[in-house]
Every structure is written in structure tokens, then in C-alpha cells.
Design a protein around this ligand. Structure first.
Ligand code: HEC
Length: 112
């Protein structure tokens, strides 16, 4: 009888200590959701080539002359080079940006 009581007490203590040993859930850090960097509508960076054309190609004539003389995309490099020979102020980087912009904006459809 006595032995049973001891065993019961031991079992109770064991149960109690097991209950205490329950791991506490670790506090979860609040999830950090960085705000996505979204450009405001209409905030698209202006084409640097477009700004250069407006700035450097209007010394001698309007930009209308460009729209009035479309050419194949591959021909804009020569045109810009000839304008630089006339006096357009463009370094090599700027020339490349202008040519890319003109080719994208004023080219005749491919194959014509
Ligand atoms: C220093 C003066 C000057 C500057 C700067 C200048 N142009 Fe011209 N451009 C001219 C003159 C002069 C003509 C007309 C003579 C001719 O047609 O050959 C002309 C003609 C043109 C024409 C029509 C002629 C053709 O061959 O189709 C285009 C297109 C043109 N320019 C584009 C540009 C662009 C693009 C720029 C800037 C990169 C530019 N120009 C800057 C002097 C200039």
C-alpha cells in the first residue's frame, strides 16, 4: 500500500515537472514588411536622349526638322555625327543617348 502511494506521488511530481517543462512559445518578432519602392505614376525618368535633343539640337533649327526626316534606325548615327560636325555640342556618351532616342522615336519602320 505504502509503495503504491509513493509511486502515485512520484508520478504526480513527474507530471507536474513535465507540465512546467513545456517550452514556452518564443515571442515572434513582428514581421517587417518593407514598403515596396513604387514610383509614383507619371514619375518615369525622362529619357536622357530626349532632353539632350531638346537642349542641343535646337541651337540651329527646331526639332520639327527631325520629325520631318525619318530614316532607318541605323542611319541616325551618321546624321548625329554630321550635326556634331556642324557644331552640335555632344560628347560620345551624349551622342549615343541621342542616337538611341532618335532611333527609337523617329525611325522609319524596319525594312523601309
Ligand atoms: C550647329 C547647328 C546645328 C545643330 C546644333 C544641329 N543641327 Fe541639324 N541641321 C543643321 C543645318 C544647318 C541643317 C540643314 C542642312 C542640311 O540639311 O544639310 C540641319 C538639318 C538637320 C536635319 C535634316 C537634314 C537631313 O539630312 O535629314 C536633321 C534630321 C537634323 N538636322 C537633326 C539634328 C539633330 C538630331 C541634332 C542634335 C544632335 C541637330 N540636328 C543639331 C544644323 C544643326
Amino acid at each position: 500500500m505504502r509503495k503504491i502511494l509513493i509511486t502515485a506521488a512520484a508520478a504526480a511530481m513527474l507530471a507536474a515537472s513535465l507540465a512546467q517543462a513545456q517550452p514556452q512559445p518564443a515571442p515572434q518578432p513582428a514581421p517587417v514588411t518593407p514598403a515596396p519602392a513604387q514610383p509614383a505614376p507619371g514619375d518615369a525618368p525622362a529619357d536622357p536622349g530626349a532632353a539632350l535633343v531638346k537642349d542641343r539640337c535646337t541651337m540651329c533649327h527646331d526639332t520639327d526638322i527631325i520629325a520631318a526626316s525619318p530614316r532607318p534606325a541605323a542611319a541616325w548615327g551618321d546624321l548625329v555625327a554630321s550635326m556634331v560636325r556642324r557644331g552640335a555640342q555632344l560628347n560620345d556618351d551624349e551622342k549615343a543617348q541621342v542616337v538611341a532616342y532618335l532611333a527609337k522615336t523617329y525611325s522609319t519602320p524596319a525594312g523601309t
